[in-house]
Design a protein around this ligand. Structure first.
Ligand code: G1P
Length: 297
């Protein structure tokens, strides 16, 4: 069974991005001309996902509106003969993609957020994409598979859950889920079996510097395990703890990403994303690059 569903937990209030996130969902902040969430949804669609499940909150309706059609706007663009723009907004979500929203009534953690999507996920394996994190793969334009595609392909070959990791600086490990691969070497684009996973370890207790960075491919069994998971780090129901429980039943693999991440939930990560996506933008990139050069003089 291939992976057709993706869960995007977007209920978080984005305290790292205040004051902007007071009235704009942090996922709706724009990188060049599209909200952050758009890039994450396009990444999922490029990996073959057909149903996007937003786990959301009442203060974040703008996200659902973005993926809905906007009749008045479309009608106006049509009448004014602005057909290119009309196409742009009509193509935000291709016709075969279904966007569904469920609510997370209380902020009880990432594991709890995923569990809120249980009835929509059903008995299928699924992907989880954390919407703060943009993943940029260099070879996309040339048709090379991007990281999520690669993870899904490994899942299809092995039926092992795939957890995307990247090496982080030692002082940052305590902010992440961290994997134990028993001292083996894990090259970019490769996947290997985990020995353990722990949420936000202290630096001297971390099993490695390979941090979980926001992309998962999981079997539906994780949902029953989440139901039995007690609050862990930070008093929250942690997806990491349910993954650790899954490892007692079946193989779980760490996949080392080959692209680069941008943490748009943090201000510096967001600025870095603007630079990178701005410079690579097909229409604006060249001028933007010149602008940066001039402003540095
Ligand atoms: C969550 C996960 C953590 C992961 C991180 C990636 O933590 O619980 O395992 O490493 O996302 O961004 P959060 O950042 O929500 O505290």
């Amino acid at each position: 069974m291939s992976i057709k569903k993706a869960v995007l937990p977007v209920a978080g209030l984005g305290t790292r991005f205040l004051p902007a996130s007071k009235s704009i969902p942090k996922e709706m902040v724009t990188v060049v001309d599209r909200p952050v969430i758009d890039y994450v949804v396009q990444e999922a669609i490029a990996a073959g996902i057909e149903q996007i499940i937003l786990v959301t909150h009442s203060s974040k309706r703008a996200i659902e509106d973005y993926f809905d059609s906007h009749y008045e706007l479309e009608d106006t663009l049509q009448k004014k003969n602005k057909l290119e723009l009309l196409q742009v907004i009509q193509n935000i979500i291709p016709k075969h993609i279904d966007v569904v929203a469920v609510r997370q009534p209380q902020p009880l953690g990432l594991g709890h957020a995923v569990l809120c999507a249980k009835s929509v996920i059903g008995n299928e394996p699924f992907a989880v994409l954390l919407p703060d994190v943009l993943v940029k793969n260099a070879g996309i334009a040339t048709g090379a598979p991007h990281d999520l595609q690669q993870m899904i392909s490994y899942y299809n070959q092995t039926r092992h859950a795939q957890i995307m990791v990247e090496q982080v600086a030692p002082e940052l490990v305590s902010q992440y889920g961290v994997v134990d691969i028993g001292g083996q070497t894990l090259d970019a684009g490769q996947s290997l079996q985990l020995n353990g996973i722990v949420e936000k370890p202290k630096i001297n207790e971390a099993p490695s510097r390979l941090a979980v960075v926001g992309r998962y491919v999981l079997p539906s069994r994780i949902l029953s395990l989440l139901e039995q998971t007690s609050p862990g780090a930070g008093g929250e129901i942690q997806l990491t703890d349910a993954i650790a429980a899954l490892m007692h039943e079946e193989f779980v693999d760490a996949y080392r990403m080959s692209g680069k991440t941008y943490d748009c939930g943090s201000k510096m990560g967001y600025l870095e994303a603007i630079l990178s996506y701005g410079i690579d933008h097909p229409e604006l990139g060249k001028d933007f690059f010149n602008l940066i050069q001039q402003s540095l003089k």
